[in-house]
Design a protein around this ligand. Structure first.
Ligand code: GLC
Ligand code: CA
Length: 518
């Protein structure tokens, strides 16, 4: 049996608002994406994940959904979605849609009806509760965006629950109408041809029925007392019934529709990544640049999954975290390390998720506060800078206004020096980050299906890692000085032009990685 397409697939996350703007209003859109799909195909990826493009007041840039069955006019129309999908499929790219089941927008018809009168039966589809005596919130749960997870309803006596912004009221998954509605939503997009879903906040849908206060616990790392943020919210057992249903729905189309859960803690993956629930969940490596830490993280993620053929879904970046180039040291050092890290992950068994702009080596942008738009920034009263810095639109072409993203000012400004990193500049050079990405992805494609799933660590000098999968050996030097180790074949490619195999040794420059084939 050939393995299912996704088992060794590389996915490319498109942050719709920032990818490509077709009508010069400064905001990326679906026709813009369609016009750039050749670029995505040429990268050598197998699938794309589109962040939410539904009608939305954009209080959390689309993760506040007002209507799950349509496209926001700023992003296009349903016909634009169909055209995007058709073109993607012509290019043999699969398309995942982002589904947001934990909460709606406060402008969703259900919530508007729920707060219109106290008699509305739709109130039961959200979590409304009375304040504590004295007027405090109903319990001590907090929002991921800062402050209490409760706000008073407009013009009413009760409070409602929101794990994120107040404009994102949490749905009550105990209510059968909620589950039924999401089945309808899945089918709507599957009927249109979507190849699967990335499931937002996938482990938090059900809340403890008694909405009890969260207890104080001792922190696992520091031992200090803190509130248990998972309490009553994360991993409630009823979730598994939902995902079993969703898997049945997906399978009823074609066996190649996939479900990817936004669940990051690998120790919890094995509950969800089973043959009758989700296909994938993210193994995000967000660590200092240290060989031992990376090895441990890879091992923890791999050993967490037990089923035959289940391997982690490796990722370094998404629209919620500081860009890897910056995390790993910034500038040319950060860029070298991020590229080496990519080579390290691309050789592992499992899937890889890339985030737009990684292939250009983009850095986190330190935007002036006056330009920031992320609710995290506003709800933390500026204490947290938020996630705008990794969401700045892509630079497409050096000579043009706004690096070719849009004739109008983009919704977040593109730094002037990004012209040098523009796609048209990098496409012209083999030694650019883009050139390296394309080469690495092409190498992975050539070997796909020919490598055993099993990998073995090889003995390697301190500060380096090396593993083999069949004939392939991947080595990565985390040090700021060059190293050499016994060669394991000929050099396929390295993240640095100075990587070499000679005299029986692999020579790796600082912060670089290489693939060898025996
Ligand atoms: C997920 C999304 C993030 C969003 C949050 C609330 O974590 O990735 O961008 O703010 O859910 O929907
Ligand atoms: Ca636009």
């Amino acid at each position: 049996m050939p393995q299912p397409w996704w088992v060794s697939a590389v996915f490319y996350q498109i942050y719709v608002r920032s990818f490509a703007d077709s009508n010069d209003d400064g905001i990326g859109d679906l026709p813009g994406i369609t016009s750039r799909l050749d670029y995505v195909r040429d990268l050598g990826v197998d699938a794309i994940w589109l962040t939410p493009f539904y009608p939305s007041p954009q209080k959390d840039h689309g993760y506040d959904v007002a209507d799950y069955f349509d496209v926001d006019p700023a992003y296009g129309t349903l016909e634009d979605f169909d055209r995007l999908l058709e073109r993607a499929h012509e290019l043999r790219l699969k398309v995942l849609v982002d589904i947001v089941p934990n909460h709606t927008s406060d402008q969703h018809e259900w919530f508007k009806a729920a707060v219109a009168t106290r008699e509305s039966p739709l109130r039961e589809r959200y979590h409304f509760a009375d304040p504590k005596p004295g007027g405090a919130p109903p319990n001590n749960w907090t929002s991921s965006f800062g402050g209490p997870a409760w706000s008073p309803e407009p013009n009413g006596p009760q409070w409602y629950l929101h794990l994120f912004a107040p404009e994102q009221p949490d749905l009550n998954w105990w209510h059968p109408a909620v589950a039924a509605e999401f089945e309808r939503i899945l089918k709507f997009w599957l009927d249109r041809g979507a190849d699967g879903f990335r499931i937002d906040v996938a482990a938090a849908l059900f809340k403890r029925k008694d909405l009890a206060d969260r207890p104080l616990i001792a922190d696992r790392v520091t031992g200090a007392a803190r509130f248990d943020s998972a309490f009553g919210i994360i991993d409630q057992p009823q979730l598994h019934e939902v995902y079993r249903r969703w898997r049945q729905i997906a399978n009823a189309y074609t066996p190649d529709r996939v479900l990817v859960g936004e669940i990051f803690d690998p120790r919890r993956h094995s509950r969800y990544i089973v043959p009758d629930q989700l296909h994938m969940a993210f193994a995000l490596i967000h660590l200092p640049w240290d060989a031992a830490l990376w090895k441990r993280s890879i091992e923890v993620s791999r050993s967490a999954l037990r089923g035959p053929g289940t391997e982690p879904t490796w990722t370094l970046a998404n629209h919620d975290v500081v860009r890897p180039v910056t995390r790993l040291g910034g500038g040319s050092t950060g860029r070298a390390r991020a590229l080496a890290a990519l080579l390290l992950l691309l050789g592992l068994p499992g899937q890889v998720f890339l985030y737009q702009g990684e292939e250009l080596g983009l850095e986190e942008v330190d935007l002036p506060d006056t330009e920031r738009q992320d609710p995290v920034f506003f709800h933390s009263e500026g204490r947290q800078k938020g996630r705008d810095g990794c969401r700045v639109p892509l630079p497409w072409s050096r000579g043009q206004a706004n690096a070719g993203f849009s004739a109008a000012a983009p919704w977040l400004p593109i730094p002037e020096p990004w012209g040098r990193l523009a796609v048209d500049v990098q496409a012209a050079s083999e030694e650019s980050t883009l050139g390296h990405f394309r080469r690495a992805l092409a190498g992975r494609r050539r070997l796909a299906g020919r490598l055993p799933e099993a990998m073995v660590w090889r003995a390697a000098p301190g500060g380096t890692l090396a593993y083999s999968r069949g004939r392939l050996t991947v080595a990565c030097n985390f040090l700021d000085r060059p190293v050499r180790m016994p060669a394991q074949g000929r050099l396929l490619f390295g993240s640095s032009p100075l990587a070499r195999v000679d005299g029986g040794f692999l020579r790796l420059p600082p912060n670089s990685a290489a693939w060898q084939l025996a």
